[in-house]
Design a binder for this molecule. Structure first.
Ligand code: SF4
Length: 227
């Protein structure tokens, strides 16, 4: 099985992906990422989701939308205490409030995400922001800025390993391998990430629940037949 074949399975299981809030869309759409409406929503939620469940992120996004705060210019000026209050009950809310305000200020200083997209080294800029590591930076690049890259989450390592596709664990080696094999194709890269993350969230936990997994018939690690 190769990555494109894996993607064919994900494509056939749109409903499974939607259960995990990933929406197969056109290559440039923001909808892939939890039905996001714009790049700023993807950016903000990529910080919110760090070590948190997507369901909690959705609750916070609703509050931010109600207050018309899915807007980096406004978030650059918001008082820290006010944002921290809105972020309740998400974990690490003090840290995340500071990260969002700090990032919003830096991005507003350079005239927004569209301007950032034109930078030669977008990844370096994102990694220079407080609290943005490789996985968050690559998520923002792929899903908010439509730049071909791949976030290597624990789900990615686990599912590809259990499927018998690769046992590579180095972040950069795995990212480069995936981007190369999928020929920098935005649709394929987004689909692979959406599919793997859905499998990880729903079935491929530390103790896998293979009987409900869409990959159970092709996975080398599957215990489906034993159940
Ligand atoms: S079949 Fe089981 S081990 Fe394989 S990816 Fe699915 S949940 Fe994980």
């Amino acid at each position: 099985m190769n990555l494109r074949e894996l993607n064919k399975i994900f494509e056939k299981n749109k409903n499974f992906l939607e259960k995990a809030k990933w929406y197969i869309s056109d290559p440039l759409s923001f909808k892939w990422w939890g039905n996001a409406e714009n790049a700023e929503e993807v950016f903000i939620s990529a910080i919110l989701v760090q070590r948190s469940k997507w369901e909690t992120v959705e609750r916070i996004l609703k509050k931010l939308k109600k207050k018309r705060l899915i807007n980096l210019k406004k978030l650059a000026k918001i008082e820290y205490d006010k944002l921290e209050e809105i972020l309740k009950p998400i974990g690490l809310r003090k840290v995340k409030a500071a990260r969002i305000i700090n990032s919003a200020r830096k991005i507003t200083e350079i005239n927004g995400l569209e301007r950032l997209r034109e930078y030669k080294n977008v990844r370096k800029f994102l990694l220079s922001l407080e609290g943005i590591g490789k996985e968050t930076a690559d998520s923002i690049m792929l899903f908010a800025l439509n730049i071909p890259t791949f976030p290597v989450s624990n789900y990615v390592k686990r599912v590809l390993n259990r499927m018998g596709i690769t046992s590579e664990t180095s972040y950069e080696k795995l990212r480069n391998k995936i981007v190369r094999e999928l020929n920098k194709d935005l649709y394929e890269l987004k689909l692979l990430y959406a599919g793997i993350t859905s499998v990880g969230r729903i079935a491929c936990k530390r103790e896998p629940i293979c009987k409900i997994c869409i990959l159970k018939e092709t996975c080398k690690f599957s215990n489906f037949s034993l159940i």
